[in-house]
Ligand binder design. Sequence first.
Ligand code: SAM
Ligand code: SF4
Length: 396
Amino acid sequence: MSDADVLDLAETTTREDTPFGVYIHWPFCLSKCPYCDFNSHVRHVAVDQENYARAFAAEIATTAARIGPRAVKTIFFGGGTPSLMKPATLATVLDAVAKHWTIAPDVEITLEANPTSVEAERFRGFRAAGVNRVSLGVQALDDDSLKALGRLHTAAEAMAAVATARSIFDRYSFDLIYARPGQSAPAWKQELVRAIGEAAEHLSLYQLTIEPDTPFAALENAGKLSVPGDAVARHLFDVTQEVCAAAGLPAYEVSNHARPGAECRHNLVYWRYGEYAGIGPGAHGRLDVGGKRIATATEKRPETWLAQVEASGHGLVVDETVTRPEQADEFLLMGLRLTEGIDPKRFEQIAGRPIDPARVADLLGYGFVETMPSGRLRVTRSGFPILDAVVADLAA
Ligand SMILES: C[S@@+](CC[C@H](N)C(=O)[O-])C[C@H]1O[C@@H](n2cnc3c(N)ncnc32)[C@H](O)[C@@H]1O
Ligand code: SF4
């Protein structure tokens, strides 16, 4: 993507042109992976999908009544495991989006899918319902690692799901987790090269994070699990950047790699600090209402969310105006994850003040940020491992 394209997309201003995305959260999984702290729940009785479909539709109607007309450019079914939805459930949700908003002709509709054979069997149904991109949670390419990660699928099953996705969807991506316990740089490089051989246009490559209050955190505290230290993790990150760039899949965000033009447009809405509705249990949104920026979040527990939506048409538990300084912080936090960086003029519009030139000069001096010929500011390779500190410094 050229700088000019980036600016075109980033600087559009009219309501019809402004990227607007809809995020739908399906909060159920077949089992809970020991590293995961997403809002995902295991239920041992069948989930009544018709009830949930009705509630999603109701929450979409309430949101649309509040914000008014929009052209939906992206829809993302995330989870949890949204590939456990029946295609009919997903179709009901998409019908509700189309009933209340305009769907852009080139809309991107992504579904996160777990790569088991059962779920791959539903791919045709998902495509018939309107999904045009899938993102598969492969995580690792060998069975021992998958077992250690608590995954329910084998590597062969995951590759079969990737092949099915390739035969049904024009666009697919898959996720891998690296910096796993005991993983060496040569082993990761080999795995990554194999993964690139299976990838088409996009890969998400996440460094394993030990999230508080997960079984992995307990194991680590008990000395039973050890992940690569900072220096090794840093080296693995560098290997990731080099191998992917050489294969034509450069990073466009800290953990996301794509052929130019094949970026996930929905996630770009977040990172470019666009507008998005969050629908379903534990979903977050940022809405522009009456000249104000509103942060929304819904009740996380599925059954409580369902009861709340059935009673009042929405599951909101957070519904607050984001102040200009808060918006400026969020804009930096999101935008500096991107290889395209941020437009300092947009920061100034949002914050009502320029970015502190002394702080920029300091970070430039350390080589943690750089100014691009277009005037945009971005974090460098050496700045990415300390991204949070760079953002905190610029935001202060
Ligand atoms: C919302 S999850 C779900 C997708 C799907 N349920 C699955 O597991 O295949 C999205 C991605 O986040 C990544 N992820 C989740 N927890 C992580 C962690 N603790 N560290 C690194 N990556 C993580 C995984 O790669 C996962 O595919
Ligand atoms: S990683 Fe995916 S499948 Fe595992 S618990 Fe989290 S959301 Fe569910």
